[in-house]
Write a protein that binds this ligand. Structure first.
Ligand SMILES: *Cc1c(COP(=O)(O)O)cnc(C)c1O
Length: 367
């Protein structure tokens, strides 16, 4: 049996009729940039998250950069990020001239450890960029308290957590502003690139709305130096269709996660289950196990035609791109252990129970 990590083609095929009609209507309409689909999607996604404003942009990375700039963060400022996040979180900070400061995750949830945030603060600290890694929110209640105490802005990288909640509140409204990615493999994914900023702050919303379109509110009149980072009409039309199915598809992901949790023979050190944090409802963007035999396990599963991935094999501060942080390498034993031991199992809204059972049997047989 062949088990792909994520079968994206199925995400189209299930919705082909609706998606075809939506895309065709954009094509026929003749208005391709910043039109009614972007505006409607922004309203619908804001309503879904429970916030006042949503601004569609070209990618998750751009969403993070624009929300940082909207808060006046730039050169000389420190922004705390999880040491084990995807590199985009750190790049958003460095691309606007600020410094990403890595902080260790909690070894169980793999989300940023609130206590270590406080230990990492300096006079230059301006903000925390919490990341909701793998589909569950960071420990936002504790992080909110720390940010209030130290007068720091709190942002969310919600790229892996569309629909996740923390104490009943959705990702996207747990801080001052949030960035989402709609990269095809995300829980809410377009058929191309896309992203969005969500916030309840009218000034931040206005800044991002202008900045994404060359800094102009009115065509050819530019109030700030902006960029070209627009969500396009075709992707917005696709996202409107897919948003209607997000909760159902998230619940299918939960069903698969439940099978993994019930059927795999977890054993301390050798195979460790993912842990859901207090107050969290998980949307299972990824199902990650940890194992001290990770590389052997991955190779074995590969031989059995089961595709797995590693999120992420090299922490951002150890990447060649971040040579200026290379002296920090030894300071992060937890994120380094996560990089060496974590393995993401196949998971998606179209993975059949038969295939999940096969993955479980194969893993149990390996051990
Ligand atoms: C996907 C992702 C991003 C970047 O999104 P793009 O749309 O690819 O720019 C940022 N942060 C995290 C945690 C992600 O998973």
């Amino acid at each position: 049996m062949n088990v792909p990590f994520l079968d994206l083609k199925q995400t189209y095929l299930e919705l082909a009729k609706e998606v075809d009609a939506a895309v065709k209507s954009v094509l026929k309409n003749g208005w391709y940039i910043l039109g009614e689909n972007v505006e409607s999607f922004e309203n619908e996604f804001a309503e879904y998250c429970g916030c006042k404003y949503c601004i569609g942009v070209a990618s998750g990375l751009d969403a993070l950069q624009l929300l940082l700039k909207a808060h006046g963060i730039g050169p000389g400022d420190d922004v705390i990020v999880p040491a084990n996040t995807y590199i985009a979180t750190a790049l958003a900070v460095s691309n606007i001239g600020a410094n990403p400061v890595p902080v260790e995750p909690d070894p169980l949830t793999c989300n940023i450890d609130p206590q270590r945030i406080e230990e990492a603060l300096t006079v230059r600290s301006k903000a925390v960029m919490a990341v909701h890694l793998y589909g569950q929110t960071a420990d936002m209640k504790r992080i909110q308290t720390i940010c209030q105490k130290h007068k720091l802005k709190l942002f969310e990288d919600a790229s892996q957590a569309h629909g996740a909640t923390h104490n009943g509140i959705k990702a996207g409204v747990l801080g001052d502003a949030a960035g989402f990615s709609f990269y095809p493999g995300k829980n809410l994914g377009a058929f191309g690139d896309g992203g969005a900023v969500t916030t309840n702050n009218a000034n931040v919303a206005e800044y991002v709305r202008n900045a994404r379109n060359y800094g102009s509110e009115k065509k050819y009149y530019n109030t700030i130096k902006g960029v070209n980072s627009r969500l396009d009409e075709i992707q917005a039309a696709v996202l409107r269709v897919k948003l209607k199915h997000l909760d159902e598809w998230n619940s299918r992901r939960s069903d698969i996660a439940r099978i993994y949790l019930e059927s795999l023979n977890f054993l301390d050190g050798r195979l460790i289950a993912p842990v859901t944090g207090e107050g969290n409802s998980h949307v299972w963007h990824l199902f990650t196990v940890q194992s001290n035999l990770r590389d052997k396990l991955q190779a074995y599963l590969g031989q059995k035609s089961i595709e797995t991935l590693i999120h992420y094999p090299v922490p951002f501060y150890s990447q060649a791109a971040y040579q200026e942080l290379s002296h920090l390498k030894g300071n992060f034993p937890i994120s380094s252990a996560v990089a060496d031991q974590t393995l993401s199992l196949p998971l998606g809204p179209h993975l059949t129970k038969e295939r999940v059972d096969y993955v479980c049997e194969t893993i149990n047989a390996f051990f």
